[in-house]
Design a protein around this ligand. Structure first.
Ligand code: ADP
Ligand code: 5GP
Length: 189
């Protein structure tokens, strides 16, 4: 494995596009890539662990941390607050680790303002139908929440042209290879 230089990669895309799946696969190929644990006010899903999947916060605690300037970025997504803690990013970047932030489009644009050298990567599903199938197939959301996420997807897709790279996640192996290629390309720059 080549030594990673410290870079910030931001991955966004509609819920169900395959961000989490791709990031997990890419990290197997590039184990030096760090991941930040976001904070959220949403409730944990079965199996999710506090401090591992997210820092699960109350609305009051989240708001207190916003006021204290503890977030690099934060946004309201699907009715809950999500944000990246400054402490998560700075400690890892200072250690020379490249980082992936898996965050929504509002947050990604805040990161780009704060860190212009960040590389924004947008993951698109091959079609609206496939996105629906994946979101339903994942089985983690109620039908109502699936509809909210699909409606939001259309607004999110409109932001793709503000990203440095756009990747269509159709065949999983091909998309993984392409994401590894994109990350390596930017690490060399
Ligand atoms: P996101 O993190 O963007 O919300 P996930 O990574 O959870 O999306 O993927 C949503 C669902 O689609 C999961 O069940 C995952 O296994 C599946 N999936 C992801 N990528 C592909 C792909 N290229 N082909 C088929 N299924 C996929
Ligand atoms: P989920 O509820 O499925 O875990 O996440 C929903 C969406 O929240 C994800 O698609 C992701 O884009 C967004 N998200 C997760 N963490 C963060 C974060 O720290 N900041 C922002 N802005 N969005 C996030």
């Amino acid at each position: 494995m080549s030594r990673l230089t410290s870079k910030l990669f931001v991955i966004s895309g509609p819920s169900g596009a395959g961000k989490g799946t791709l990031v997990a696969r890419v990290r197997k190929e590039l184990p030096g890539l760090g991941l930040t644990v976001s904070a959220t006010t949403r409730s944990p899903r079965p199996g999710e662990v506090d401090g591992v999947n997210y820092h699960f916060l109350t609305v009051e605690d989240f708001e207190r941390r916003v006021a204290a300037g503890e977030f690099v970025e934060w946004a309201n997504v699907f009715g809950n607050c999500y944000g990246t803690l400054v402490s998560e990013v700075e400690s890892k970047l200072a250690a020379g680790t490249s980082l992936i932030l898996e965050i929504d489009v509002q947050g990604a644009l805040q990161v780009k303002e704060r860190f212009p050298e960040a590389v924004l990567i947008f993951i698109k599903p091959p079609s609206d139908e496939v996105l629906r199938e994946r979101l339903i197939g994942r089985g983690t959301e109620t039908p109502e929440v699936v509809e909210v996420r699909l409606a939001t997807a259309q607004r999110e897709l409109a932001f793709a042209d503000r990203y440095d790279e756009v990747l269509i996640n159709d065949d999983l192996d091909e998309a993984t290879t392409e994401l590894v290629r994109i990350i390596k390309k930017h690490e060399r720059n």
